[in-house]
Design a protein around this ligand. Structure first.
Ligand code: ATP
Length: 586
């Protein structure tokens, strides 16, 4: 049983002629019911300008420029004519159709193209990689166009360049599938969300009917579309929305991962269902060792770490993983920590239909926590005060804020949906700290790994002239070059004390206390409320001080400054307030 490509193209022409969504759905439903079941997945992919589900990561890889070269070759037109046609029609497909129509027909087709012929050629194009691939792709495409009528050529070129211009999206196809095969729309959508594969949903609907589509469940190796969060601005609103209580978790700022483990095989998918396994060989190793189940689908946030201090770094550092070369080196120089927050499947059990508290318990059971692999820090919250306190702790720990989640019976994993089961509370401003500050070293933390025997981070303070004390404002571990570490460790050692200096106010306990004397220049990302730093305690908000996020040593030791010349607490308050004003002005 086959289908001529011409028949498919007739439907594409009808689709192109309408902009009305309902009409489009009707045309698509008619197309799907007429398509032989064994090629329906292929028809669906092609209609979306693809040939496989996106998660397979195989693309046709034909850029418009390349397609135009083939058009020139096949039509015998000059470069100028091709460029002009392209400029006039704004699309390779139309340009080719016009040029082909002008060309006297020389070949007599003995055989018309079938959908299967076209699809197979596309697969060959997608599979040709490596040196010489461009020539191979061009010759396959040229062969196809030589057999095609002008209007067929138009659509072939649109599919290979991934630019269908039909206005058909995944959701329209789902509407049409529901209509063509008598499935409920939600059931189709659920199947799609669980499999990220609209072709497979179509194939199942055509072969097994609504019953088959209803039977969809999560499968290891096939990415599940992510559950997403809504956003509200205040703790009160969030608690109200969640019926008075929720499970609050740190909202880590890194890259979301959906990790599929089956025995020793580990596959990592991104938030957009792309396979990103090759970027994270270290994560694969960690999951092999640290997930006790044989089979599982887990979600976590991967956050970059400073390998020397173990502190969280801004998510931008993950870009080192995006370069294809030297991944092993990047994994060593830019390690990540994983914070697990959900589990969708474990050893034969689909957990997406279970409420969050049960999923969390499962997560606790199977994730073996280690230094770089933990569950997200989380706790139950019932009052706005609790939320705010926890929020400040999260920010202090380098996080973006909180994710507050429903814990009621309906708190199942809603694949692909953005809903009120998860609500994010983020800092509502983002601004750069432009000025550097000069801070006094009052304590030190031991280094690990390469920094063994030296300090890993320093506890830094501002000067409070009114009380004549030093109040802590951050812990800094970044920005120190090897030479700095050498000389500064020596200097800090000379200033060591047995106990906290009487003029130091601190809640945080460093490994060693240091006499306030050494002044360093520091730059940070911004000033935030802090539950652990004593700078400006109770000044901006009761029960909080101010802290500097993502502090770095600039390399300048301010030996020209006495500790009493350091940045003051009121200057930090001023910086905090001006940040807020800046946000309000925006
Ligand atoms: P969205 O992903 O909702 O479209 P976005 O890409 O702008 O929006 P955010 O608004 O910052 O991302 O928030 C959602 C993301 O937060 C999640 O996709 C996930 O990667 C991340 N995240 C961090 N910590 C958690 C957590 N504890 N629970 C759930 N998600 C978390």
């Amino acid at each position: 049983m086959g289908m001529l490509f011409r028949e498919l193209v007739d439907f594409y022409e009808r689709l192109e002629a309408t902009t009305k969504r309902l009409e489009m759905t009707d045309i698509l439903a008619e197309l799907l019911s007429k398509t032989p079941p064994d090629i329906i997945d292929k028809v669906v992919y092609m209609t979306l300008g693809e040939i496989y589900p996106a998660y397979r990561g195989l693309e046709l890889g034909v850029a418009e420029k390349l397609a135009l070269r083939v058009v020139k070759q096949v039509t015998g037109a000059s470069e100028k004519e091709v460029d002009e046609a392209y400029a006039r029609h704004g699309d390779v497909g139309n340009a080719a159709m016009v040029l082909l129509r002008r060309k006297p027909q020389t070949t007599l087709f003995t055989q018309e193209l079938t959908v299967q012929d076209v699809y197979s050629a596309f697969e060959k194009i997608a599979r040709s990689t490596g040196p010489g691939a461009v020539d191979v792709k061009m010759s396959i495409l040229a062969g196809l166009l030589a057999q095609a009528s002008p209007v067929e050529a138009k659509h072939i070129l649109r599919i290979v360049t991934g630019n269908m211009r039909l206005g058909v999206a995944d959701m329209t196809i789902l509407d049409a599938l529901a209509k063509a095969f008598g499935c409920e729309r939600e059931v189709c959508e659920r199947a799609y969300n669980l499999s990220s594969d609209i072709g497979l949903v179509a194939l199942t609907a055509a072969r097994e009917g609504p019953e088959g589509v209803r039977r969809f469940s999560v499968r290891v190796g096939i990415p599940v579309r992510c559950m997403l969060a809504e956003r509200l601005a205040s703790a009160e609103e969030i608690l109200e929305k969640l019926g008075g209580r929720g499970f609050a978790e740190y909202k880590y700022d890194g890259e979301r991962m959906q990790i599929h483990k089956s025995g020793e095989t580990v596959v990592i998918f991104s938030r957009r269902q792309e396979n990103i396994t090759s970027q994270y060989p270290d994560v694969v190793e960690m999951v092999r060792k640290g997930v006790s189940a044989k089979e599982a689908i887990l979600e976590c946030e991967a956050v970059p770490l400073d390998p020397e201090t173990g502190e969280t770094l801004p998510f931008q550092e993950l870009m080192h993983r995006k370069r294809k070369k030297e991944i092993e080196k990047a994994a060593e120089e830019y390690p990540v920590a994983l914070y697990f927050f959900d589990i969708l499947y474990v050893d034969g059990e689909d957990l997406t239909t279970q409420p969050l508290p049960i999923r969390r318990k499962k997560l606790e059971e199977i994730v073996v926590e280690g230094e770089r692999m933990r569950l997200s820090t989380g706790r139950m919250v019932e009052t706005p005060m609790e939320v705010e306190k926890f929020f400040a702790e999260a920010v202090e720990a380098g996080c973006e804020g909180l994710m507050i989640k429903s814990v009621d019976e309906e708190s199942v994993y809603r694949a692909g949906a953005r809903g009120w089961q998860w609500i994010k509370l983020k800092r509502d401003y983002r601004s750069e700290m432009i000025d550097t500050v000069d801070l006094v070293v009052v304590g030190a933390f031991h280094g690990r790994g390469r920094r063994k025997g030296r300090f890993g981070a320093l506890l830094m303070a501002v000067y409070n002239p009114e009380k004549d004390v030093f109040q802590t404002v951050c812990k800094v571990g970044s920005g120190f070059k090897d030479v700095d570490l050498e000389t500064l460790t020596e200097r800090v050692n000379r200033l060591r004390l047995d106990a906290k200096h009487p003029r130091v106010e601190a809640l945080m306990e460093p490994d060693v206390w240091v006499q306030p004397s050494l002044v360093l220049e520091i730059i940070g990302a911004e000033v935030t409320l802090s539950p652990v730093h004593t700078c400006a305690w109770d000044v901006v908000k009761q029960g909080y001080g101010l802290g500097i996020r993502f502090p770095r040593f600039t390399g300048r030791v301010r030996d020209d400054k006495k500790p009493e010349d350091a940045t003051t607490d009121s200057e930090i308050v001023e910086m905090y307030r001006s940040q807020l004003k800046k946000v309000e002005a925006e």
